[in-house]
Design a protein around this ligand. Structure first.
Ligand SMILES: CC(C)(COP(=O)(O)OP(=O)(O)OC[C@H]1O[C@@H](n2cnc3c(N)ncnc32)[C@H](O)[C@@H]1OP(=O)(O)O)[C@@H](O)C(=O)NCCC(=O)NCCS
Length: 202
């Protein structure tokens, strides 16, 4: 696992519109599947709102249910007030990485969103993942989980955790492989938690 370093100067490829804090462009990376499909992974930007609307429009009901534990309607998911908050981040407290790929006309499209949200007054963060149906089972979830663990360590966090449906075998397998431990299920959900060991040099 590598440890990325912050650049000395602001990233010129940053959004330019997120004036509150510097855009953390140093978390941009490339991922290629075994089959050769290529994705760019980068922090979300405030101008990703329309990308997010299109992304949500491609999700199946099952994928939505697994992420939100409820059948959250499309119009609720893409409401401007909601998406604006999820695209314009206070990066020191919250990080979201998106996986992008070129659409048929060369436009940028989103295949996945991963979030890491610090839990107030703790040294832990919550993680959550959403890969659109046609991009699942290509390794994106595994790659994004690795990136989130790397970011959490770099930020000095001591643990990451996630609430997940007991029946969500894809996500639970990913967590298990990454070394997460599971608390006893409560109802239909369980808590997965990974205690972090700092990476030397980070
Ligand atoms: C759970 C979720 C994030 C997993 O993402 P993903 O991108 O499908 O995950 P991966 O591709 O890394 O791994 C999933 C499976 O595909 C396999 N896989 C990975 N690359 C592959 C490839 N190139 N070809 C075929 N299979 C592949 C993995 O081995 C894994 O299989 P296994 O668990 O049976 O061993 C995704 O399914 C999702 O968004 N689900 C709905 C929302 C959700 O559940 N969110 C979690 C809430 S915290």
């Amino acid at each position: 696992m590598t440890c990325e370093k912050e650049p000395a100067s602001p990233d010129p490829q940053g959004s330019g519109s997120d004036s509150r804090v510097q855009y953390p462009g140093w978390y941009t990376s490339e991922f290629q599947t075994k089959e050769g499909t290529h994705y760019t992974i980068r922090p979300i930007r405030s101008d990703d709102e329309l990308n997010m609307v299109a992304f949500h429009g491609e999700l199946s009901e099952e994928t939505v249910y697994r992420r939100y534990f409820a059948p959250l309607r499309l119009d609720v998911r893409v409401a401007h007030e909601r998406l604006a908050k999820r695209c314009l981040l206070d990066y020191p407290n919250e990080m979201a990485l998106v996986a992008t790929y070129p659409g048929a006309n060369g436009e940028e499209k989103l295949a996945a969103v991963a979030r890491l949200i610090k839990i107030e007054n703790t040294k832990a963060a919550e993680v959550a993942f959403l890969v659109s149906d046609k991009h699942q089972h290509r390794g994106l979830g595994t790659y994004l989980l690795e990136r989130m663990i790397e970011i959490a360590k770099k930020d000095g966090l001591e643990a990451v955790e996630a609430l997940v449906l007991t029946e969500n075998f894809d996500m639970n397998n990913l967590f298990r492989r990454a070394g997460f431990k599971f608390l006893a299920p409560e109802g239909s959900t369980l808590m997965a938690r990974l205690e972090l060991v700092p990476t030397p040099g980070c």
